[in-house]
Design a protein around this ligand. Sequence first.
Ligand SMILES: *Cc1c(COP(=O)(O)O)cnc(C)c1O
Length: 498
Amino acid sequence: MNYTSTRDNSISVSSAQAITMGLSKNGGLFIPTEIPEVTMDEIKDMIGMSYIERAKKVLSLYLTDFTEDELNYCVNGAYNGTFASKSVAPVVNIDETMNILELWHGPTCAFKDMALQLLPYLLTVSAKKTSDGKTIVILVATSGDTGKAALEGFKDVENTKIIVFYPDDGVSPMQKFQMITQEGQNVNVSAIKGNFDDAQNGVKKIFGDAAMAEKLAEANMMFSSANSINWGRLVPQIVYYFSAYCDLIKQGRIELGEKVNFVVPTGNFGNILAAYYAKLMGLPVNKLICASNKNKVLTDFITNGIYNRNREFFTTNSPSMDILISSNLERLLYHLQGNDSDKTSALMKSLSETGTYTVDADTLAKIKELFECGFCDDEGTNATIKNVFNSNKYLCDTHTAVAISVYENYRKATGDKTPTVIDSTASPYKFCASVLDAVKGDCGDADEFTMVDELSAYTGAAIPSPIANLKGKTPRFDKNICGKDEMAGTVLSMLGIK
Ligand SMILES: *Cc1c(COP(=O)(O)O)cnc(C)c1O
């Protein structure tokens, strides 16, 4: 199977090349040129498999230039013994139609681990095939969770270095503490004075900078990306949609072939795009429900076909979704416009020049057929955390609460009784202050780890060991901060390049 670019259909590369490069020329994203099909019989076979076996099955369809041994090495390394739950991504039933897919049992307690435990393996195996011994420099812009998950995944991985930029005021105290205390010889972390979009734009600019690429090449290095623009981040996420579906069958909640809804708390559109690929491959999906917080650029887009980032940016209590430019939407647009890279390029050009674009009526109709959408502000998020805890004894984080709230409104409005899976994207302990505030009321100015203990005492929910183990760690990177226009210089100095 080959991969091409959303902005240039003449490009054709292998999956190993797509994963090593991360981003294509002209800022385009790599997409597969065909979508592999999974039959109902194959899904039936997957019901009895472990998560690791299900992952091998799905990945083998996309990474056709990987040998079976290579895939085994990657998938076993990523998921064998690294997740606190034996099933890796368990499905928990809440009520008649609502089920929660817990994606946060990995080493950093956020769903990013699902992909970022695997990506370093995919990338180093890919690099062996394609990059003649160059050191891979992973550049990451993070809204909080990707940064830590990538640092943890790439820590001390041979022939790699990783540099993470996070918005100074845009991450939770726990997220920041997780990053600035990161261990490992090949890691570096810096705050930037700006928001997530500034960090992401800065990283994209560095990727597109020919002079920077040349400087790295002279030092026998090359850039790659661990953000969800990298295909190697996206493909592992397709797996858990198949896995959740199989688990629902196993639990007797659905019959093989029955359709389900997926509700995804969305920021960069990576997670929900993976669900879209699962549907294209043949997974029986009714609606993909895109949940946003107060930064509801996607709700508006799915409603009226106009993407407009020229609006106020809100800092919310679900910070990993505080995003106005959802990069992976580009992949969806490419597919819905008949795999047309000219049309996609034109929209992206309009986005970068004017901050807005409008899709044609045909594309909007396709979007509405596939997606439902909604948003939830901070008050609604808090009320949902409290309600779900009081009525179902289930404690969820703020991002998951956004999704539950959007789903409850959808269910009320439509009466849709389709069995539904809601992606739970982080442990409540990553957003302790907000969650404690929601279930218990004002939590005062207690320090982060006091709140962790308080939340556990109040709710009885177990503290994940990666959070408990952070207590008392000494910060390494707390002094690093740069302007949003100084990121390239920061990268070079961190790499020791003049
Ligand atoms: C990254 C993240 C999201 C958003 O996921 P996208 O793939 O960017 O849409 C939602 N919730 C949490 C907790 C996250 O870390």
